[in-house]
Design a protein around this ligand. Sequence first.
Ligand code: NDP
Length: 449
Amino acid sequence: MADIMDIIKGRDPREREFHQAVSEVIESVKPVLDQNPIYRQAKIPERLVEPERVIMFRIPWADDQGNVQVNRGFRIEMNSALGPYKGGLRFHPSVNLGILKFLAFEQVFKNALTTLPMGGGKGGSDFDPKGKSDNEVMRFCQSFMSELFRHIGPDTDVPAGDIGVGAREIGYLFGMYKKLRNEFTGVLTGKGLNWGGSLIRPEATGYGSVYFAAEMLSTRNETLDGKTCIVSGSGNVAQFTMEKLIELGAKVVTLSDSAGYIFDESGIDSEKLEYIKVLKNVRRGRVTEYADKYSSAIYTPVDPALDHNPLWNHKAECAFPSATQNEINARDAQNLIDNGVMLVSEGANMPTMPDGIDIFKDHKILYGPGKAANAGGVSVSGLEMTQNSMRLAWTREEVDNRLKLIMKTIHSTCVDAAEQYGVPGNYEAGANIAGFVKVVDAMLDQGLV
Ligand code: NDP
């Protein structure tokens, strides 16, 4: 498969994360390509790695002091073989074309696994919402949407949240879209409950990652009850991962943000989780404050000189990386194994580096890759689109049951695909193969477009 990697590296040499995501998928689907020569004849790999459309734009806005600020905005419309482009918006200073292309590429296969009719896309900006006032965030979102609105629509491209884009940002973005288009449609998901949002959407990625973990454990006649769990992050995905783990009887001992992490040996219970939710979602504070409030907790700041992250070096049976890409390197992966971890369920996108994944596979632990394990979020986004089209709202129980069923189906789809291609128990290969086949067969059906 050197050829396709040569092509993308030659064309876009600086897009490291994109190369990493493509290489992982292409390695896994090699047996599928070998058994189906039509895919190579139709130049499927070459077509898959080239976005259908990339939109890049200027976002001028004024801060609270009246100074003009300029950020860069993007939307990658990667693949629409299965439905309208669907995928989140990320607001974070690290955002660039390569990161968004990796996320959009992953999203294509993830969305295919959900069984819902959604293509793949991703977008965002290098804007940092941290430390900005609500008014600054609103003005930024309005400026962002004043360009994006002409490229999206409920049957074209339906963005959602991701890092730095939560309920507040989706509200401001939706308000501007509605004003510019003069229509109230389901153009974004993750909307507020009383204006078109779906119950369980905020919870969906975290809950889904735990449901996926429970499915993996059931293949070894195990449950989450009584298991010690390491969770990274403290945002949307991490919070609801913790919530479901606590509900299922697991003991969560860590959480983190980009400045450091908390280890609470006595476990994070529901009351402590409520404190975290207010701290992060309302006060927009830092996790270090948790250690000031609870004496059982130890806070360790990030040390850039270290070659590993001490967060991953605690005794536990399960790990739920839920912060960002490439947060587990080979050393971290080895530390997890040495500490007794038997399951990793990726709430974040691509949190484990390739040599870390190899270590998980060598030790035959239950490793659920992000494109399967965190597909619950986009699944409930798909259910939000369905409810918007029907102009009705399902109950919490109905959405949660559908989410559980989707996660169960994704799990069995991965298991079956891995078995069919001779790599039983390899969820990474199973997810890549099943997602790939579904997308590329649709591409072939639709001709050379
Ligand atoms: P949030 O913005 O709500 O939270 C992100 C968390 O990760 C924060 O605690 C943040 O810390 C931390 N973080 C972000 N960047 C870094 C970094 N470079 N280094 C260390 N920590 C970092 O985002 P989400 O919870 O929505 O997203 C988390 C992950 O889950 C991402 O990989 C996202 O792509 C993925 N995901 C999200 C879905 C969703 O529905 N929201 C769906 C599927 C996947 P700080 O506050 O310091 O920035």
